[in-house]
Design a protein around this ligand. Structure first.
Ligand code: NAD
Ligand code: DAU
Length: 342
């Protein structure tokens, strides 16, 4: 196996950290450099085990800081850059879009300029199915393909779609070798407690109300995080320059069913469920058509939801230290602001 250096931005967050561990295990000869600004969503404790690996390096930096990025690229001479770094929570983007535009649009611009200056062989932009907007509940025959129009609902998804357009513009105009993946909702270890699945697990463990937005019938298409990592691995190693790939495992579920499943697994009563005010502009249904990545790259998801969710709940039970530290800090203020009076 040849040696490669991969810069993983946002590697102290949920999917980025899972990707760091996936790559260190699969490619023992690779150098994995994680660059992360350690915002509220980034946790160094998540990378504790990776720090012991001599092929791993952590660098605290902001993807918008052109000088820091250029210095790092000079030092490391990366072959590949995978950009996970982003502001990722839809509710926060509705409360205040500013940082979403700065990080999610200007960040990729700075990274791609550095890729051009340093002759990086692949820039991979981690995007989302949210760039396609939503689908109606009464048309289960409809799915997002790579040709579906971009049609965004939230400031978060608008910022991610902007980054996708910019990425393709750098490819066409400057011939930067890029690829893009648009994945559905991930779940698994190290998922930040503000997101649906960890929030519901943690509230249930504390016998606190489980706040379900609107009627709870909104549908998300859930994929175990390792299957997303595997897809990105295949794309960055494949002949995929200039290509966009949808990633999803045909696992659509209504929010209320997920919440009930979590309560059942934890032996907690459904009376904990509280229907609260809906999210503004709340997307109704996401559903990915993964035909392209399956036929072109042979990608298949490995973890079935019924196993993945049990594994995930067990992970939260076994790693209380990790999330207790998070929810004891600044997160308390966030929770109060978002849910008080709802
Ligand atoms: P996350 O919020 O858990 O992690 C984001 C990470 O980026 C954090 O470690 C944070 O510190 C870092 N970061 C934020 N701003 C930065 C900056 N300016 N410079 C450097 N680092 C910065 O997010 P996630 O859920 O792991 O999502 C990762 C990526 O995948 C995002 O681009 C997101 O849009 C995309 N995505 C997420 C999902 C999902 O279900 N979570 C699905 C599809 C796509
Ligand atoms: O589809 C991919 C996207 O999935 C990613 O691009 C985003 O980064 C990621 O955060 C996620 O976005 P969602 O908005 O789908 O995830 P979230 O966990 O915030 O919400 C999932 C669903 O659950 C959504 O319909 C809103 C609902 N919800 C969420 C929270 C936090 C509730 O009903 N109650 C809650 O308290």
């Amino acid at each position: 196996m040849d040696k490669k250096t991969i810069i993983v931005t946002g590697g102290a967050g949920f999917i980025g950290s899972n990707f760091v561990y996936y790559m260190l295990k699969k490619y023992p000869s690779y150098r994995i450099v994680c660059l992360d600004a350690l915002t509220y969503a980034g946790n160094l404790s998540t990378l504790e085990k990776a720090m012991k690996n001599e092929n791993f390096r952590f660098v605290k930096a902001d993807i918008r800081d052109a000088e820091a990025i250029d210095n790092l690229f000079t030092e490391e001479k990366p072959d590949i850059v995978v950009n996970f770094a982003a502001e990722s929570h839809v509710d926060r983007s509705i409360a205040d879009p500013q940082i979403f535009l700065a990080t999610n649009i200007m960040g990729p611009k700075v990274l791609m300029d550095a890729c051009l200056n340093h002759g990086v062989k692949r820039y991979h932009q981690v995007s989302t199915d949210e760039v396609y907007g939503d689908l109606p509940l009464d048309r289960p025959d409809l799915f997002f393909t790579e040709n579906t129009n971009l049609h965004t609902s939230s400031p978060y998804s608008a910022s991610k779609a902007s980054a996708d357009l910019l990425t393709m513009a750098y490819h066409r105009t400057y011939k930067l070798p890029v690829s893009i993946s648009r994945c559905s909702n991930n779940y698994g270890p190290y998922h930040f407690p503000e997101k649906l699945i960890p929030l519901m697990i943690i509230n249930a463990l504390h016998d606190k109300p489980l706040p379900v937005y609107g009627d709870g019938l909104n549908v998300r298409d859930w994929l175990y995080v390792e299957d997303h990592c595997k897809a990105i691995d295949m794309i960055i190693h494949g002949d995929c320059v200039g290509e966009v790939y949808n990633v999803g495992g045909h696992n659509e579920m209504a929010n209320i069913d997920i919440v009930k499943l979590i309560l059942k697994e934890l032996g907690k009563p459904e009376s904990l469920i509280t229907f609260v005010e809906d999210r503004k502009g709340h997307d109704r249904r996401y559903a990915i058509d993964p035909t392209k990545i399956k036929t072109q790259l042979g990608w298949e998801p490995e973890t079935k939801f019924e196993n993945g969710i049990v594994k995930t709940i067990k992970w939260y039970l076994d790693h209380k230290d990790w999330w207790e530290e998070i929810i004891s800090g600044e997160y308390q203020n966030y929770y109060k602001k978002m849910y008080e009076g709802k």
